[in-house]
Ligand binder design. Sequence first.
Ligand code: SF4
Ligand code: SF4
Length: 135
Amino acid sequence: MSVTISPKRLRREFVRKIKEISGQNLHLCYQCGMCSGICPAASNMDLPPRQIIELARLGLEEEIANSKTVWICASCLACTVNCPRGFDLSKMMEAIRLLTLRKNIDHISPEEISPEERCELPQIAMISGLRKFTG
Ligand code: SF4
Ligand code: SF4
């Protein structure tokens, strides 16, 4: 007999896991938008970092998964060091990426990288990219 888990419980569980992995209190953020303004990668994101925090707080996993933002985040820490509330957004982004990778959902397929591209890409970039984008 399969057990159906309510959407509310799934959302609560998603929030709990983000908090557990990141060690961050999502309620610290008061949505000032400083992180979105300072993020050097924001122009390439489909949702600003500030909005990802709000979606995470509400447990809206699917909405976050439909966005490229957490994968575009370069973990540069600019948001972290400038947040007036001491919220470490880069840790939250990392937690969300980890939760996706733990479901065996890779963001890139190494086999899709052509041999020519493999030769051209710096080795360190290749390794750190594979660590970030695959489980
Ligand atoms: S800078 Fe800090 S408080 Fe402001 S929106 Fe970003 S995470 Fe929230
Ligand atoms: S850590 Fe990510 S979200 Fe924060 S400023 Fe850097 S790229 Fe943007």
